[in-house]
Design a protein around this ligand. Structure first.
Ligand code: NAP
Length: 306
């Protein structure tokens, strides 16, 4: 059985930054990641608001650089899935993974979040058959096609803009008449002739035979429903935190985000949460990385006090 001072779960910007800080503090630390280092940011084509990159940087490049920096400070990373976490009477955290049991004195959850499902008819049935949650991953399948993007936040508008490079037309369907996305990308989207906005409208249904062929939309003001031809539907209606493991272990908010204090500490001493999995008002790479730095420092202070 492996025993570590600190285990970091997740190797996105929060987890990798925590690994950089923990490595530099010479802590006995292990990072557990299910897939490749990078997390959600890997699905972002270009990041324009991370300081230090005036021309923007691809999500892939930024996460590779972060991983390289963590490796430089001795990051030990294993590919495994954490299946369960228990807090023993002595405060140690027992992590059951598909690669054996690991005991940690402190744990940082940097497990991130995934795109939220809308729950409409046809969404599950046509997932991977025209329904997607990642334009960077699947956009190429929609060259010269009619695509619908659902949502009005940063993800919907940014990914919609990305799709205009490939698709014939991008119809952005938003339930209100005002976008939530940052003004700069709103301006770009409004100026893009391939982008059409469908306001005050929700997606009712996705229809087709074997693949997506139509969408049924409902205007929430007039109640009118229309069915339109569609080849693809990209859904960006927010995030679901990857916090299922922590249910019943630490305090979560009504949407499943981990409630933490200013130092990223959860309701259980020695369990910290950093990045998108944490309840917060802004979810960006910059503050995911900041959370990682704070969490590693708080974990070190916690271990020092033990
Ligand atoms: P978000 O900001 O929560 O926006 C979700 C959008 O989906 C909102 O416009 C919301 O409408 C709409 N929506 C939610 N539930 C819906 C439903 N049931 N039916 C129809 N529409 C629904 O989510 P996000 O865009 O995925 O972004 C997540 C976080 O990542 C945010 O903090 C965002 O700022 C950040 N992010 C940042 C960048 C960047 O800075 N470059 C890029 C991507 C994401 P309402 O507006 O009416 O609530």
């Amino acid at each position: 059985m492996t025993e570590k001072d600190l285990v970091i779960i997740g190797a996105g910007p929060a987890g990798l930054t925590a690994a950089i800080y923990a490595g530099r503090a010479r802590m006995n630390v292990l990072v557990i990641e299910r897939l490749a280092p990078g997390g959600q940011v890997l699905t972002t084509e270009k990041i324009e608001n991370y300081p230090g990159f005036p021309d923007g940087v691809s999500g892939y490049e930024l996460s590779s650089l972060m991983a390289k920096q963590a490796e430089k400070f001795g990051m030990e990373l294993i590919n495994a899935s954490v299946l369960d976490i228990k807090v023993a009477d002595d405060g140690k955290k027992i992590l059951k993974t598909d690669d054996g049991e690991i005991i940690a004195r402190a744990v940082i959850f940097a497990t991130g979040a995934n795109p939220r499902k809308l729950g409409v008819e046809g969404e599950k049935e046509f997932a991977g058959k025209g329904v997607s949650y990642c334009a960077t991953c699947d956009g190429a399948f929609f060259r010269d096609k009619e695509v619908y993007v659902i949502g009005g936040g940063d993800s919907a508008v940014e990914e919609g803009l990305f799709l205009t490079r490939l698709a014939k037309k991008v119809h952005l369907v938003h339930r209100r008449d005002e976008l939530r996305a940052a003004m700069l990308i709103q301006e770009r989207a409004r100026a893009n002739p391939k982008m059409e906005f469908i306001w005050n409208t929700i997606l009712l249904r996705i229809e087709g035979d074997k693949i997506v062929e139509r969408v049924a939309l409902k205007n929430v003001r007039t109640g009118a429903v229309e069915t339109l031809p569609a080849d693809g539907v990209f859904i960006y209606v927010g995030l679901t935190p990857n916090s299922a493991l922590l249910e019943g272990v630490v305090e979560l908010d009504e949407n499943g985000f981990v409630i933490t204090d200013e130092t990223t500490g959860s309701s259980v001493p020695g369990i910290f949460a950093a990045g998108d999995v944490r309840r917060k008002t802004l979810r960006q790479v910059i503050n995911a990385a900041a959370d990682g730095a704070i969490a590693a420092t708080a974990a070190r202070n916690y271990l020092d006090e033990l």
